[in-house]
Design a binder for this molecule. Sequence first.
Ligand code: GLU
Ligand code: MG
Length: 450
Amino acid sequence: MTKAASAAAKDLAAAGVGGVHLAWADNNGIPRSRVVPVGGLADAAVRGVGATSLFAVFDSHDAITFSHPGLGTPSGDIRLVPVIDRLRRLAGQPALAWAPVHQLAADGSPWPYCQRSVLERQVAEATQRGLEFRAGYELEFTVTPAGSEDVVAAPGHRGPAYSPHALVGLDGFVGALLHDFAANGLQIGQLHAEYGVAQLELSLAATDPVSAADDQLLARQTIHAAAHTHGLAVSFAPLVGLGTAGNGWHLHTSVRRKGRNLLSGNGVPADEGASYLGGLLRDLPALTAITAPSVPSTMRLRPGFFAGAYAFWGVENREAPLRYVPGSALLGADHANVELKTSDASANPYLAMAVVLAAGMAGIEDAVVPPDPIAEDPGGWSEGERDTRGVLRLPSSPSEQDSALLANSRVAGVLGNELLGAFRAVRASDAAWAAERAPEEIVAAHLWRY
Ligand code: GLU
Ligand code: MG
């Protein structure tokens, strides 16, 4: 590894790169980093660079909560060790490169709060069970002139939704995105002007789960840099205004056994594929507490906004939190996947992916049989109809999310006791902050966090 890191550092230096962001995402989905000069990269790859262990208990507003006993004092240091085979030069920031890290204890042993390691454990578990996952994120974000405070009042494009005309004024930015994503080793499936106010969307190609989470972080860095160069700012926040469409970061997954996509089927998934979907649905309330965990997340998950408010699944149903995307004669069986819509930028991408994999694998293990798909929006039904069909509202407040998480040892257990404790402490800190504030203030305070 030292050899690979030394060689990479030499190449970067020759290309004029001065430093490398060693990056991770905290329990609020907020990216954090330390920059090491390229000359220090090889050493960092072995010994890591130091950081406070308190990053695990930073809340969404950079306040440190000391309420989790495992990290209850200002003392403690960890090591951030870059993953050299994910090192990328940043096309939009030519003096810098980027690499995700593992967080290790000071003595080099595993640190229970390392989110990337939690996901790696689930991938190893999948391998043990003969399963192989593919995953990819879709990113929605809102664009505004740099310096705007209210992105709805200062939209970066005026629509119409999905119109090429909406993008004309953003030509330079869009061109930079296409260039920089390719140069940074990220593959875009498509890009468009989305439905919401000044909203854009791009999708990332499916890959293995750990790379998909790494890619999601690198994509944010890439988008922010391109926006900055073009006099713009982008908000990845789950909600940028009350009453407007939110920014979903939908997570697509599929699972294979012996090379066969278990989700392929005749219009609906069958057998193990159906159980995978059934497992996700069974655990959806607790999953959502990890995949859409912030206060603005709970505000985003309203009926009628294609974000997922009730626990159900459907075939290509845009309102369903679990949207089954079938394969077809045109697209092939491999195309089939499940989209989780109750997912956004305030989730740690590694933890979100880890709990989704675990819930799906448990569904397969338990041969869960999902209920019939729903083609309508149950938000338009009466409460009685929803009760009859067994369609429940997803947790819609921090305390409901916490209860859902605590009630589900299958999902909570994925994090392990220490990380679960830190995660819940951070959520409680966020909830206490929000309890005293008006919705507008809550939305505004999260706009630039992700
Ligand atoms: N903006 C919606 C959300 O909050 C998603 C719209 C769509 O289906 O792409 O997730
Ligand atoms: Mg979309």
